[in-house]
Design a protein around this ligand. Sequence first.
Ligand code: NAP
Length: 496
Amino acid sequence: MTLPPAAPARAASDLDRLVLSAARGFYIDGQWRSPRNDRWIDVADPATADVIASVPDADIGDAMKALDAAARAATGWRLTPPRKRSEILRRCFELMTERAELLAKLISLENGKSLPDARGEVAYAAEFFRWNAEEAVRVRGELGLAPSGQNRILVDYQPIGIAVLITPWNFPAAMATRKIAPALAAGCTCVLKPASETPLTAYALAALYEEAGVPAGVVNVVTTNTPGPVVAAMLNDPRTRKLSFTGSTMIGRELLATAARNVLSCSMELGGNAPFIVCDDADLDAALDGAMIAKMRNAGEACTAANRFYIQSGIHDAFAAGLVERMSKLVVGRAFDAGTNCGPMITAAAVAKIHRLVTDAVERGAKVLLGGHPLPGPGYFYAPTVLSEVPADAAIAREEIFGPVAPLFRFHDTDKMMTAANETEYGLVGYIYTTDLKRGFDLAGRLESGMIALNRGLVSDPAAPFGGTKQSGLGREGGVHGVLEFMEAKYIATNF
Ligand code: NAP
């Protein structure tokens, strides 16, 4: 096989060896394969802009080989007893947990996120295997008497078939395991196409699945620089029955249109524009703690990131001062530098987008309480930023920031604030802080989003249904819902 052109220049460490092994080739049918076209994709460290490795660039033919492998493995995996599937998934959890520190370093290297964030991601990602190992043996059918009393209605849940899984760069491990674990628990085989910016984690995990006993062809991984035609070819193949996508709403819309041709079942985890609401009666310290998690997990590069802070007038100034104090203490830097808790953005384009949103808000009258500018490179850093008095018509109120910027909107009237909070095409998550639970549940009921964090800064939990309403998505990942996204009900009418 042709070796990738770039290799780490530093002395070989465990991390270097993991990078090299993750960049061996596509993972298809349990083997590491070179691209047919001998084209490679450079992967860069966003903290330095240095190329750290190269992974293969699939064309349609490569992707079809992955789909062929998933098709060959489908019957065997579907017929593998749920207990056996469960034990393999449990082993994946154990191996990920044993290797957590090295995997966290790999995530930090290719994504830039701080090591505490990366460790958190590995624990979260591994938990999908533990949870779905438990779910694999708990899928239940239904049996009932027809209303006529003349026959029985029997409902069985069966694996939906071959799944194409597409994931973004912001959680390179967790977005993959949140799909692979339930797919395997359900009895489906799959092809994963991870993001071009962060493919190494997906390949490193593929090797781990193999070690855990996942049979050849059950999970296949391909990377490509031309995702449009390559993914479309897989979705247009009649053997594919499922699309599970996590990424932007814009690409999600395109993929839904493509998937319509084959009438595919689609699970879509798309963008967000989360409101973070702090009422006058909130516990200020708790709200600030929650704000730092909701805003700064992953340096703001999360679909669940608080994007608009609606702060009631009575608590506004104290909240703003507290947030500035906490944001100013963040240590921005390379993940591997001691004390770093805010890493770089993924690309120069991401920094440019964040700065465009901040500049637009300031031009419209927002005040800069902290930051408000990119930081010098190399690498793609943006200063932790707090804006206040942000006008409602600023672009930052409509677009995902995906960076360490907290725009504050002062509110007096709760009804008007709720209207503003819901004035978005997105509906993924909303955060509410109040010590009045009745008020909290009232606001939770009125917020148009799939998830609510009430007096908490975090919703993600493999045991809970993660997902959005409106243009934030379709379907749920996690909880009892995650496995069912990869299954279909089969109804059998029968007389005993
Ligand atoms: P993206 O640009 O939509 O890309 C997501 C994935 O789709 C990547 O693997 C990408 O490949 C691929 N892709 C791009 N164009 C495609 C096409 N025409 N056909 C098929 N696949 C295509 O999103 P991103 O920038 O990676 O991720 C950030 C977005 O993801 C944000 O909007 C965020 O809110 C959302 N997100 C949502 C959730 C959730 O659970 N709701 C979780 C995490 C992130 P390449 O990398 O090769 O372009």
